[in-house]
Structures are given as structure tokens and as C-alpha cells.
Design a protein around this ligand. Structure first.
Ligand code: AMP
Length: 196
């Protein structure tokens, strides 16, 4: 077991990110940097178990740095997303729901990087569950280049119009750099009763 600078404990970080080819190279570099920093903290990576695009970059970088990686992939996506057979543990499941449940069960924290609709789907589920107090794990969005600005503006606007509770907005940590994202993954979540 290794160590967060903040807590000294190892953290299994579930990372959601793009698995589509053809995106700008700096996103792959961002994913690789997250993988390297997970490894340098002697943490673990939990991912969707593919080798494509950012998902592949983070897994390869994490393992190159010595991190353990666990991937969870539906059998139907083994070829489509190029199952990451180099994972220390590759769990094959039947459905997307099983995939998300197993990823969640293996994780101490959730970190979303730039991605598409699949990433958003996974991210919104853990964020919603977090604000509903179904889990006490950090939910972090790493957005160095404004990839999610439109989405965040929209959600904050929903908050202003009363559709999203302040505690839901507070439950999400949004950061722009990798070290801050991982620090947030190791920070305890305030589960004290809400005042609102
Ligand atoms: P994308 O952000 O669209 O590139 O998708 C990122 C990852 O999310 C891919 O590995 C998808 O297979 C995965 N994904 C998409 N929808 C779901 C879902 N409902 N449950 C679990 N994983 C999903």
C-alpha cells in the first residue's frame, strides 16, 4: 500500500474517459499523465478495461509506472474497445450495468476526464449517487481545457433555476490539473447532514 501525500493511503481511482480514436493528441497525453501520477503515488487504477484512446493511454502509463490496474469490460466490447489484456485483472461482464457496478465496487474515488457520451453517462451516475448519499467516495472532474464548460454552465444554470440542489453542485469537485484531481480523490467527502 502506498500513499497519497494527503492521507498516506493507497487509493483505487476509477477513471472515466474517452475510448474513441481520432481525438486530439493532447487528450492522450493528459490520460497518460494521470496514469503516471496514479503510479507515482502508488495507487491503483480501475478502468473500463479497453485499450482504445485515452483509456488505453492511462492504463499503459499507470502500469509502466508500476501501478496495479483493474479493467471491467462487457464481453460484447472486448473486440470493439480492444480489451486491455495487460490489465493485472480483467473482469468480463455481460452488461454495461454490471460493468459500472463492478468499477464502482473496486473504486475509492471517481475521476472523469474529457470524454463523450459514455463518459458522461458513467460520470453522472456516480455524481448523482454521491449527492443522494448512496456512497461517500469523491467525484472529481478534471477539465484542463474547458471541454466541459458548456455542460457545467448548463448544470449550474439548472441550479439557479431550482432544478439542481446546491449540495449536488457542492458534491462535485472540478479541477484543471492532474495533481489537484488526485488530491481530491484522496480527500474525505463531507457527509455531515445538509443545512438546506
Ligand atoms: P465515450 O465517452 O463515449 O468515449 O465512452 C467512454 C467509455 O464509456 C466507453 O468505454 C464506453 O463503452 C463506456 N460506456 C458507455 N456507456 C456506458 C454505460 N452505460 N455503462 C458503462 N460504460 C459505458
Amino acid at each position: 500500500m502506498g500513499g497519497s501525500a494527503l492521507t498516506g493511503r493507497s487509493v483505487a481511482v476509477c477513471v472515466y474517459c474517452a475510448s474513441i480514436e481520432g481525438i486530439a493528441p493532447h487528450y492522450l497525453e493528459l490520460a497518460a499523465e494521470v496514469g503516471r501520477q496514479i503510479a507515482s503515488r502508488r495507487w491503483e487504477l480501475v478502468s473500463g478495461g479497453g485499450r482504445a484512446a485515452m483509456m488505453g493511454a492511462i492504463g499503459a502509463a499507470a502500469r509502466a509506472g508500476g501501478a496495479r490496474s483493474t479493467g471491467v469490460i462487457p464481453r460484447a466490447l472486448v473486440d470493439l474497445e480492444w480489451a486491455d489484456h495487460d490489465s493485472d485483472e480483467l473482469l468480463l461482464v455481460d452488461t454495461m450495468r454490471e460493468r459500472k457496478a463492478l468499477m464502482e465496487a473496486h473504486a475509492d474515488a471517481f475521476l472523469a476526464l474529457p470524454g463523450g457520451i459514455g463518459t458522461c453517462e458513467e460520470f453522472f451516475e456516480v455524481w448523482t449517487a454521491g449527492y443522494l448519499r448512496m456512497h461517500a467516495k469523491p467525484v472529481v472532474l478534471l477539465d484542463p481545457d474547458g471541454h466541459y464548460t458548456g455542460l457545467l454552465d448548463w448544470v449550474r444554470g439548472l441550479g439557479e433555476r431550482g432544478f439542481v440542489r446546491p449540495e449536488a453542485l457542492a458534491r462535485l469537485v472540478v479541477v484543471t490539473d492532474v495533481a489537484a484531481a488526485l488530491d481530491a480523490c484522496a480527500s474525505p467527502v463531507d457527509m455531515s447532514p445538509s443545512q438546506s
